[in-house]
Write a protein that binds this ligand. Structure first.
Ligand SMILES: *[C@@H]1O[C@H](CO)[C@@H](O)[C@H](O)[C@H]1NC(C)=O
Ligand SMILES: *[C@@H]1O[C@H](CO)[C@@H](O)[C@H](O)[C@H]1NC(C)=O
Length: 490
């Protein structure tokens, strides 16, 4: 086993250094100062934006842990962008675990940055829902404006009316049909869509925009989000691919040397940095979608993903101003197709960002130090957890469907436009059954959600799944990632 892990470690190191050696293009930031005169004096652009109605925003980071620094950094940055845009604190509701700024590993205590050259984005962020209060139940209660359903937190909810505009931004790990939460259970697509339907039925918004960053995030809306809800959603990736961490250790542009964790995510910083640059009265949702799509595909896959749009795309002609306001100091920065951000540099697969973090910690710790031992253990724990998950799921497939057909059934992807699974309760049952026998899927294991969905789609019963899982996993591995101390994830 140890030898196997050492082999895997060598492979990982090789792939990391392969990533290191890639070079970037020479695109540069182009500011539109020369177009400012042309723009100045034009006011035709903002007359479709709200004369009435309040802008509401819900921002949520679904992770915790210093190795997931980037998700909370994205959310803090989003808060600053909206605040600069003129939204009021009473209308911005923030969910973040809040364990980053003062983590002992943070080289700048009390400061969070979302860009290598970036300013602090942590100061002033409202701590509406932190720690254990970042959970699905509170998130849904906030969206629905239902105070009686809250447990803990500031009590702020989206208390919106029929003329209002709502913007929701989520960032974290995910998997097909599921989004991570720092406190279990995770959020399932079907339940989220159900809440959006209820919100719509309550008649408490005019239009609604949802920006979503997670692996396989397209699967959250694919075949599920009806156009009639008047919601426009964009996602960091399609239903079958990873999303990407960005501003990561060892990549270009390089981080301040004291950082060993990714500072942002590619789709997230693409929309945030674009919004920070422009007069948002002049930029439509559709234009931002295109800019973000181009940046997030990152020229040459596989170091990028396909940004997708779902729901009512007619809303995308609206200006960003309707949801984000606009920073008065950008008044002369009108959006034109060519003044957007650079497309360059390296991203790290969302699911490998933690490995890179632990690897950097290991590499940088003094030889023979307790720190080095600890970092090595963290890295090896992560690797062995991954191997356990990546081995046990396919084995269950073989036990259920036969040696030949197992992989084929587990890996099959439904045609685009169809949801991942028909019976979402079955999917949750399969997750619980697996975890009871084999240990926690944890954030990495969300990757295999499609296999579990396909087990449901094939009509396998809970009892058959329990039997196959028991055969595949004799015991629950002892490492912290497999441990069920946080409960079942579904
Ligand atoms: C709010 O939540 C409570 C508790 O779950 C529930 O009983 C009530 O029906 C909800 N109210 C609305 C308006 O949805
Ligand atoms: C925008 O340009 C006008 C005219 O050049 C100038 O008077 C104004 O101060 C500028 N606004 C900002 C925010 O830079």
């Amino acid at each position: 086993m140890i030898r196997y892990i050492a082999g895997a470690l060598v492979l990982i190191v090789l792939s990391i250094s392969a990533v290191d050696s890639r070079t970037l293009g020479d695109d540069v930031l182009k500011l539109p100062s020369e177009v400012s005169n042309f723009i100045h004096g034009s006011s035709s652009s903002d007359n479709d934006d709200d004369a009435v109605g309040t802008r509401w925003a819900v921002l949520i980071a679904g992770s915790n842990g210093y190795y997931n620094y980037r998700h909370q950094a994205d959310v803090c940055h989003a808060y600053q962008t909206l605040k600069n845009g003129g939204l009021k604190d009473e209308n911005i509701i923030v969910f973040m675990y809040d364990d980053i700024a003062f983590d002992e590993q943070n080289p700048r205590p009390g400061v969070i940055i979302n860009n290598p050259l970036g300013q602090d984005v942590y100061a002033g962020v409202p701590k509406d829902y932190t720690g254990e209060n970042v959970n699905v139940n509170n998130f849904f209660a906030v969206l629905l404006g239902n105070k009686t359903d809250l447990t803990g937190g500031s009590g702020k909810v989206v208390n919106s009316g029929p003329d209002d505009h709502i913007f929701v931004y989520y960032t974290d790990h995910g998997g097909p049909g599921v989004l991570g939460m720092p406190t279990y259970p995770n959020m399932y697509a079907y339940d989220l869509i159900d809440v959006l339907k209820k919100k719509h039925a309550s008649g408490t918004y005019k239009s609604f925009v949802f920006y979503l960053e997670a692996c396989e995030s397209g699967s959250i809306f694919e075949g599920l989000l009806p156009k009639g809800l008047n919601i426009y959603a964009t996602t960091a990736s399609n239903a079958v691919e990873s999303s990407w961490g960005y501003y990561c250790p060892g990549e270009y542009p390089s981080l301040p040397s004291e950082y060993d964790t990714c500072l942002g995510d590619l789709y997230s910083i693409a929309w945030l940095e674009d919004s920070d640059l422009h007069n948002l009265r002049t930029e439509s949702l559709k234009q931002q979608y295109k800019v973000v799509k181009e940046r997030t595909i990152n020229k040459d896959l596989p170091y990028g993903s396909h940004v997708m749009e779902y729901g009512n795309s007619e809303l995308s002609v609206q200006h960003l101003y309707m949801y984000m306001g606009t920073n008065p100091s950008n008044d002369n920065m009108s959006f034109v197709e060519d003044n957007s951000l650079p497309i360059n540099s390296m991203a790290v697969n969302q699911r490998d960002a933690d490995l890179i973090h632990f690897w950097h910690k290991f590499r940088r710790a003094p030889e023979g130090s307790p720190k080095k031992m600890k970092a090595q253990k963290q890295f090896l724990d992560m690797m062995s957890h991954r191997m356990h998950i990546d081995n046990s799921i396919p084995l269950i497939g073989k036990l259920l469907f036969g040696f030949e057909k197992g992989a084929e059934v587990l890996k099959s992807v439904r045609p685009s436009g169809e949801p991942l699974v028909d019976d979402w309760e079955c999917l949750k049952t399969m997750v619980r059954t697996y975890e009871t026998q084999c240990g926690s899927l944890s954030q990495y294991g969300m990757k295999h959600m499609r296999s579990l969905a396909n087990i449901c789609n094939a009509g396998i019963s809970k009892e058959m799944m329990a039997e196959a899982s028991a055969q595949a996993c004799v015991t629950i591995p002892t490492g912290s990632w497999s441990s069920l101390h946080r409960g079942l994830s579904a």
